[in-house]
Design a protein around this ligand. Structure first.
Ligand SMILES: C[S@@+](CC[C@H](N)C(=O)[O-])C[C@H]1O[C@@H](n2cnc3c(N)ncnc32)[C@H](O)[C@@H]1O
Length: 364
């Protein structure tokens, strides 16, 4: 399915495949994608009423096995320097909770709840980590667990534990060295750090090193981004180790807890992930013009972000209605001019108390 982008000036290519993830991935050539960002159906949560759907397996182990098979194909279609970003929530082993067909927000119901074999009623299953470890055992490099802190989480009627307000986003790579644009997702440093970096270390009493000690920068060192080594920032000219000049940006490497509110989409898909969750993954994981993959494309959020950021997109979705929905949303995103605020990228994720300061120390 090719979205109708004839009205747009798009130079990106978009393909939505209406089919099963495993079968459809098998039809793609090797190393045709730069990165994959996706959110598979959660275990035992929803019935999308489509034959072949993932999530209704009898046991968590069977569910994980199916996902590992699918991600093995993702591994094949990714470039060697490619990354996989998987968002997944956990499930409780429980008989309680909404039973079909009640308490649903659209015609696709919740699943019948049963306690899977080997688990006790009320157990937290630990699905995200089960998947992470299984993928690692299958050859992926498990690089990071990112916490999605849901700032507007659903209230729960529980009284014997805290309300769940987070999900995991795992970063995995095909090779030990991979494409990761840390600078594209850097964030402004905290105000307190800015003050510290601005101090004149050399003029401070007691800042001298112990005789013979020369390891690393002093406490007032400027920040550095992943992988790139900068010289001793105590030197006035900010020389890099390879002789270049380091211009301080007063930005810092993105942290691994992302506070983002959940997305609401009127179009009828109730498990969408927010654009703000997909955007950093796409910016860090692909170059402009690269290809983004989502094998559980749903309403097409990853595709919407990909095309807004000038990337090609391949989406796979088993449910025909959702395939059409994603195609339509991506078309709209291509035709509609981007709102100014979207160019601000990460700036709106700055936490209270943080500020940005330019080179002269003026707040902007
Ligand atoms: C959690 S939703 C993804 C939502 C998506 N991230 C978005 O923002 O809209 C998971 C999707 O996977 C689809 N799905 C389930 N089993 C599938 C399979 N075997 N192959 C491809 N898609 C499948 C479901 O229909 C559902 O739309």
């Amino acid at each position: 399915m090719k979205p109708d982008i004839s009205d747009s000036e798009a130079v990106v290519s978009v393909e939505i495949i209406n089919g099963d993830a495993l079968e459809s991935l098998r039809g793609l050539p090797g190393e045709c994608c730069d990165m994959c960002v996706t959110s598979p159906p959660y275990f035992g949560l929803r019935n999308y009423e489509t034959a072949g759907q993932i999530g209704l397996e009898k046991s968590p182990e069977e569910y994980i096995e199916k996902l590992v098979d699918i991600f093995r194909e993702v591994h094949r279609v990714l470039r060697d320097d490619g990354t996989l970003w998987v968002n997944l929530g956990d499930s409780y082993a429980t008989r309680s909770g909404p039973q079909p067909p009640m308490n649903t927000r659209n015609k696709y119901g919740h699943t019948a709840k049963t306690v899977p074999m080997g688990y006790k009623q009320k157990d937290l299953i630990g699905i995200p980590w089960m998947l992470a470890f299984a993928l690692r055992a299958d050859g992926w490099y498990l690089r990071q667990d990112i916490i999605w802190n849901k700032t507007n989480c659903m209230p729960e009627s529980v009284r014997d534990r805290c309300t769940k307000s987070h999900e995991y986003l795992f970063l995995l790579s095909k090779s030990p060295r991979y494409y990761f644009d840390a600078e594209a997702i850097s964030e402004p440093i905290a105000g307190s750090s800015t003050k510290r970096y601005m101090q004149n270390i050399e003029a401070q009493k007691g800042s001298e090193r112990q005789p013979g000690k020369s390891n690393g920068p002093m406490k007032g060192a400027l920040p550095r981004f992943g992988g790139e080594k900068y010289g001793d920032s105590g030197k006035k000219e900010f020389k890099t180790k390879d002789g270049g000049v380091y211009i301080p940006t007063l930005r810092r490497n993105k942290r691994d807890v992302w506070s983002i509110s959940t997305a609401h989409f009127d179009g009828g898909h109730f498990a969408v992930f927010p654009e703000k969750l997909a955007r950093p993954c796409i910016l860090a994981g692909s170059r402009p013009g690269g290809t983004v993959l989502d094998p559980f494309c749903g309403s097409g959020t990853a595709g919407v972000v990909a095309v807004k950021e000038g990337r090609d997109f391949i989406g796979i979705e088993i449910n025909q209605e959702y395939s059409k929905m994603s195609s339509q949303r991506i078309t709209e995103a291509l035709i509609k001019p981007r709102e100014e605020s979207e160019y601000q990228r990460m700036e709106d994720d700055v936490l209270p108390g943080q500020m940005e300061i330019d080179f002269e120390g003026v707040m902007i």
